[in-house]
Write a protein that binds this ligand. Structure first.
Ligand code: MN
Ligand code: MN
Length: 317
């Protein structure tokens, strides 16, 4: 049985793409089961409820050599801790290639589109398989989620075409209203502990030149996409304490938390210490006031934050 899963601190794409890819493989005669690496965010339960689907179970401990398929990620820092002992047979992803290596030839499908689901739709078409209503719902939701309904600069024409194609199959008549309902669910954070808010959409990135290990740094970067940034920023002190604790616990060089206003497409990033302030000032040319850096319209971690930091920490590349 092939275990299919997305990244840790799963977002909607990581969950739904595991479900959709496992089902697609099963329809093609490959026994596959979807799993998750961690707890759901606040948006995904809404999506699963609307689609009438259960969340995938947590990934159990896998024996060395067990076959796995990765969706929506490929870097070991974002995957299961013993990934290097497992047999990666398939990867379907829309992120930059990281430190992935495989012992055997693997099926690798990477495309620079806005969402893994956009690639999964292509795989259905290439296999000549019709898209079922539930899968259409899940893929549509993932694309709206990852692209913030086409607001993100990661959006491509293929993502737009996929949504236009999937909406009638998914029986979503008003895509705009559905996307807003998803974002409202995501923003309904209640009294969620600051530590949980920080880790809901959080990834650790290695920066520097791997050829000279002494230059390597590890940064944790969280993003909170919300329609109510004032609520999140009102909890700045708690969040900074959670960031400080995470930096110590995970032995990180720095921790950033971007509060992204989905509707106005702006990013205010919380600044933990002089270390983060220096990097933000020098890498992005921004000023820091009251522990906040205004990163303007840089709302995509993948396309507008991480590449700038990579260039900053590896100047010669
Ligand atoms: Mn993701
Ligand atoms: Mn994704």
């Amino acid at each position: 049985m092939l275990a299919v899963f997305g990244h840790t601190n799963p977002d909607t794409d990581a969950i739904t793409s595991a479900l959709v890819y496992a089902r697609l493989l099963s329809r093609q005669g490959v026994a596959a089961q979807a799993y998750r690496l961690g707890e759901l965010n606040f948006e995904t339960p809404f999506v699963l409820r609307e689609a009438g689907v259960d969340a995938p179970p947590p990934l159990p401990e896998l024996e060395a050599g067990a076959p796995v398929a990765l969706v929506d990620h490929n870097e070991s820092a974002q995957s299961v801790p013993n990934l290097s002992e497992l047999t990666v047979t398939r990867v379907v992803d829309h992120h930059k290639l990281g430190d992935l290596t495989t012992a055997q030839p693997a099926y690798l499908r990477f495309e620079p589109v806005g969402c893994t689901a956009t690639i999964l739709l292509k795989l259905h078409r290439e296999a000549g398989l019709p898209v079922e209503r539930t899968d259409a719902r899940l893929m549509l939701s993932a694309i709206l989620s990852d692209t913030l309904h086409f607001r993100s600069p990661t959006t491509t024409a293929e993502d737009r075409e996929a949504v236009a194609f999937l909406a009638p199959i998914a029986e979503v008549e008003d895509v705009e209203a559905y996307a807003l309902a998803m974002f409202a669910a995501k923003s309904d954070l209640g009294d969620t502990p600051a530590e949980t808010l920080l880790k809901m959409d959080y990834k650790v990135f290695p920066f520097g030149d791997p050829a000279s290990p002494q230059t390597m740094q590890r940064w944790g970067i969280g993003v909170i996409e919300t329609t109510n940034p004032a609520y999140v920023l009102g909890r700045q002190e708690e969040l900074l304490r959670a960031m400080d604790q995470t930096r110590a616990e995970e032995g990180l060089n720095g921790v950033l938390l971007s509060v992204v206003d989905i509707l106005n497409e702006t990013n205010v990033t919380l600044v933990l210490s002089a270390t983060e302030e220096k990097v933000l000032r020098e890498a992005f040319g921004v000023t820091v006031e009251h522990g906040r850096a205004d990163l303007g319209h840089r709302i995509s971690r993948k396309k507008q934050i991480v590449p700038t930091l990579e260039a900053y920490f590896t100047p010669e590349s």
